[in-house]
Design a binder for this molecule. Structure first.
Ligand code: ASP
Length: 265
């Protein structure tokens, strides 16, 4: 039997250090191993994002930057090409927000926010984070307005999946929700490909970026040409993206960005 064609890309966010691509490589390998075990692609991608959330060097999960009030809030989302989408927004208190987003995708809801999202995650017994307890005492959180969400896109020969997780823009007002949990803004997956972006969330949202990049995939534009074109939509704001289509894969950013990609099969 011919081995499955698998393509995976992970990023550590626009603004993340290029040298931190050992973390994105680990995420890609984790996703690959899970796909080999015949785990569903959406689950395999969520585990890759967990690796990035647990890394501590990226602005997501354990590495999340604080809001202006010193507290940590997370946005996360996951989508597949079969029409499954789930997200959490401004959620506090959980180690792996991507797991909460994946769980939302299995319900009749598409986005849960704030306290409701936290109660949902608590009811599922998702692992709490230690961050809330040490916020304001012990750990010196960065509140500089840097970016660097984490993301992963994957293709297993049949389905495409895109996922993102972030602590949001450091120093932003609490309750601020960026592009990450907004379908078609931070991410999009469909039968022709998957896109995950990173950078200034407000600018990304206003350009409906991921969906418009997906439309270029549908038109048959090559992955690298899409990356080059879409980066040009952001002449001043921090921006990066990774994408996959039946034609291949590409990624890029207008500043440093840790990212890794692999094709298998
Ligand atoms: N897009 C994210 C946000 O605005 C930040 C990032 O990608 O680094 O919340």
């Amino acid at each position: 039997m011919k081995p499955k064609k698998i393509r995976i890309i992970a990023h550590g966010g626009a603004g993340s250090e290029n040298e931190h691509s050992d973390g994105t490589k680990k995420a890609v390998e984790t996703c690959y191993k899970e796909v080999q075990k015949s785990t569903s692609l959406i689950h395999a991608v969520s585990l890759a994002v967990c690796v990035l959330e647990d890394d501590g060097r990226y602005n997501a999960g354990s590495g999340s930057h604080a809001r202006a009030n010193g507290k940590i809030e997370h946005d996360a989302a996951i989508m597949d090409s079969e029409g499954c989408f789930g997200a959490v927004a401004a959620m506090k208190g959980f180690k792996n927000p991507i797991q909460a987003a994946k769980a939302v995708s299995k319900t009749k809801y598409r986005i849960l926010a704030g306290e409701g999202a936290a109660k949902f995650a608590q009811d599922l017994k998702l692992e709490p984070t230690h961050l809330q307890n040490i916020s304001g005492g012990g750990k010196d959180f960065s509140t500089s307005p840097t970016t660097d969400t984490v993301g992963c896109v994957a293709f297993d020969g049949t389905s495409f999946v895109a996922a993102l997780s972030t602590g949001g823009m450091a120093g932003a007002h609490y309750g601020r929700v960026g592009d990450v949990p907004i379908i078609g803004s931070g991410l999009y997956a469909g039968p022709d490909g998957a896109v995950a972006t990173t950078g200034d969330g407000e600018a990304i949202m206003m350009k409906i970026t991921a969906y418009r990049a997906y439309e270029l995939i549908q038109k048959g534009v090559s992955p690298q040409s899409i990356v080059d074109e879409v980066i040009n939509w952001f002449p001043t704001d921090a921006f990066g993206l990774i994408l996959l289509s039946h034609k291949g894969s590409a990624g890029g950013s207008n500043r440093s960005m840790a990212w890794s990609s692999r094709e298998f099969g």
